[in-house]
Ligand binder design. Sequence first.
Ligand SMILES: O=P(O)(O)OC[C@H]1O[C@@H](O)[C@H](O)[C@@H](O)[C@@H]1O
Length: 312
Amino acid sequence: MPLNMFKDKDGMPRIILTDPNGSSVEVLLYGAQVVSWKNQKKEELLFMSSKGNRKGGNKAKRGGISVWFPRFGDVSSVEEDGLGRKRLWSLDRDPSPLPLSDNHSSVDLILKSSGVYLKTPHLSFEFRLRICVSGGKLIMIPRVRNTDNKAFSFTFVMTNYLSVSDISEVRIEGLETLDYFDNLINRSRFTEQADAITFDAEMDRVYLHSPNKIAIIDHEKKRTFVLHKNAMPDAVVWNPWDRKAKAIGADLGVGDYKVMICVSSATIETPIVLKPCEEWKGYQELSTVSSSYCSGQLDPTRVLYSTLHSPC
Ligand SMILES: O=P(O)(O)OC[C@H]1O[C@@H](O)[C@H](O)[C@@H](O)[C@@H]1O
């Protein structure tokens, strides 16, 4: 299936995957960041910042999908915090044993600790990421292997910046009644009381033990994103709203917060622990359905708890 690899104007290797129905995904090898996901009609489904690159040695723009590994938001270890997004990945020439099926386009990437420069070199891992577009769905399968002779623990987040028409018209279903840490109130723990999550101010929450399907409903666009995940029990919901967007400044446009929502697959509360040679495998699938699937018509048992049929 078509895979087009080229260098962009900054000399950065990029890959474009196109599936038979015309959907496409674009990936930067720097940080293994997905910077575009387009449907058959060539509409962009991911948000990318209208401003320049991030600060602090990260050569990528804010937006798309990127992975936080081996630490998420860990101020005690700036070097390890989001390490995977600050390095150049390689094509994985030996991606077995994941099976492949027809009608998809995929790429396998790898980041090895042996190729990663650290001031405090004590990590030993192989991080593989399969990115696949199939029937318009964007599937990402991360795998982390401990290549050390002692146990290794890590937290993991797959940050999904979704493009929405107007954040005030967005509703998230699947997180109601869950406990969450509120990052805006010193990570205090609360229980969600609302029927669904809606937005009228900054939000930065880690929902715990979330179901494996979450619906992000864009009323104005009459489109619902379905986030389907496995082995990542938490979900981060983030929108900076106007004040934080201004404070972020350099890599986020002032009005960008209105047309984006971050809903991320995560494992934060309980870090993953791998014994020597053990491997962890996650799964994330993003798809869209039309508004017939929107609020009030969501069948929670069918939608939120249905099983996965991965083509990748
Ligand atoms: O830095 P990313 O991956 O774009 O994540 C989006 C945001 O997610 C939030 O949860 C964090 O508190 C922010 O600091 C972060 O910027």
